[in-house]
Design a protein around this ligand. Structure first.
Ligand SMILES: Cc1cc2nc3c(=O)[nH]c(=O)nc-3n(C[C@H](O)[C@H](O)[C@H](O)COP(=O)(O)OP(=O)(O)OC[C@H]3O[C@@H](n4cnc5c(N)ncnc54)[C@H](O)[C@@H]3O)c2cc1C
Length: 352
């Protein structure tokens, strides 16, 4: 039986553990942080293919939505829901251009009038003239999903920090951790922003963008936001307990700020925007989560064999959307299957 070590217990490591266990590997996860990861525990968790940087990126994200549905069919009770997204981050001609581009790709898009928007979100204060509705989009808290996938995988989990990947005759043989060495036939880095430090000893420099992200959660409210809502200055979703979850930056997927503003200022500004969206509701701060988003230098996922055989890499932003499909495809490759054309544009070799 192949002994596989996955470094990282976020949604990427968890999805890989699930897929590799299904294919017969004996999987051990090593993670500094508790199951649920780091960025995964501070994510908005919007599952979408309406945001993309290239057509290959769109196709991977689109298949990501299908992979989430496959997981749900296999594992009833996952925290994934498909309420759709009401989107007007762009208005006027730019909104219509987005609708046309996505429709040309075959993505389901509905053009909504003011009355239809008000009907969909009765609690919405300022109702725009037009918006797009993406019915195939949904949400899933990646940390909760990660915990469910790791449980389903049966993987052993060790809380330890990997200091280096070990190798003999040019092939990965395991890792050295603060608790001692662990041997393996395959090592997979699902280590998010920490990945460059583990690749650097091999002379491989993985560029990462500095992208801090802050999520704010409110008190529990009555059901006021039945869809994922993406407005020009605020994205928001509501969970099953009634809490609103809101990134502190508008259009967070393409946000390029390298620093967050002062915490109270940013939190208050986000709360003000939420109160303006849903007037008449007592909206208060409940808690926050902050993490660096794992964004490779060109914004695209980095997936595949690393600098030596037996060492694999899976690091990406939009991991809430992408982890299930990346795990399916990479697990096939790691267990001897063919390379997927869906991953062709996202190989680690592009940075060497
Ligand atoms: C604010 C914010 C909003 C986001 N919104 C969305 C969204 O709406 N939609 C979407 O698709 N994506 C979104 N993302 C991105 C998505 O959440 C991430 O891409 C995804 O969670 C990354 O998961 P991961 O498992 O790769 O990394 P992480 O969750 O960061 O996990 C990394 C793991 O590696 C472990 N680790 C690192 N180094 C070591 C080491 N040396 N030894 C042992 N363990 C180590 C850590 O302990 C952790 O367990 C968002 C991210 C943030 C921060």
């Amino acid at each position: 039986m192949t002994q596989t070590l996955i470094i990282g217990a976020g949604v990427t490591g968890a999805a890989l553990a699930y897929q590799l266990s299904r294919r017969g590997d004996a999987v051990t996860i090593v993670s500094t942080h508790a199951i649920g990861g780091l960025a995964s525990a501070a994510s908005f968790g919007w599952l979408n293919a309406s945001y993309f940087l290239s057509h290959p990126h769109y196709h991977l994200r689109h298949e990501g939505l299908a992979a989430h549905r496959r997981l749900q069919a296999q594992l009833p009770g996952l925290p994934t829901t498909w309420q759709g997204c009401l989107w007007y981050e762009a208005t006027g001609d730019a909104q219509e251009e987005t609708a046309s581009d996505l429709t040309a790709l075959g993505y389901p898009v509905q053009r909504l009038t003011r009355a239809q928007i008000a009907d969909k979100i009765p609690a919405l204060g300022p109702v725009p003239e037009t918006a797009l509705f993406f019915p195939d989009e949904g949400q899933s808290d990646p940390a909760t999903l990660a915990r469910a996938l790791i449980t389903a995988s049966g993987a052993k989990v060790i809380r330890a920090t990997v200091q280096a990947v070990t190798h003999t005759n040019g092939r990965a043989t395991g890792v050295v951790t603060d608790l001692g060495p662990i041997g393996a036939d395959q090592v997979i880095l699902a280590t998010g922003t920490a990945t460059p430090a583990l690749l650097q000893p091999f002379g491989y420099n993985l560029p990462m963008l500095k992208r801090p992200g802050l999520m704010i959660a409110t008190n529990a409210l009555p059901p006021i936001c039945p869809v994922i809502l993406a407005t020009p200055d605020q994205e928001v979703r509501q969970d099953a307990e009634g809490h609103l979850h809101a990134p502190a930056s508008a259009g967070h997927q393409s946000d390029s700020a390298e620093a967050l503003g002062s915490f109270p200022v940013v939190v208050n500004a986000t709360l003000q925007r939420l109160r303006a969206l849903f007037p008449g509701h007592e909206i208060h701060f409940a808690h926050q989560a902050m993490a660096m988003r794992p964004v490779p230098g060109d914004g695209l996922p980095v997936v595949g064999q690393g600098p030596i055989p037996g060492l694999w890499v899976a690091v990406m932003h939009s991991g809430a959307t992408l982890a299930p499909v990346v795990a399916e495809l990479l697990a096939d490759e790691i267990t001897g299957g063919p390379e997927s054309p869906l991953l062709a544009d996202f190989r680690p070799a592009r940075f060497q």
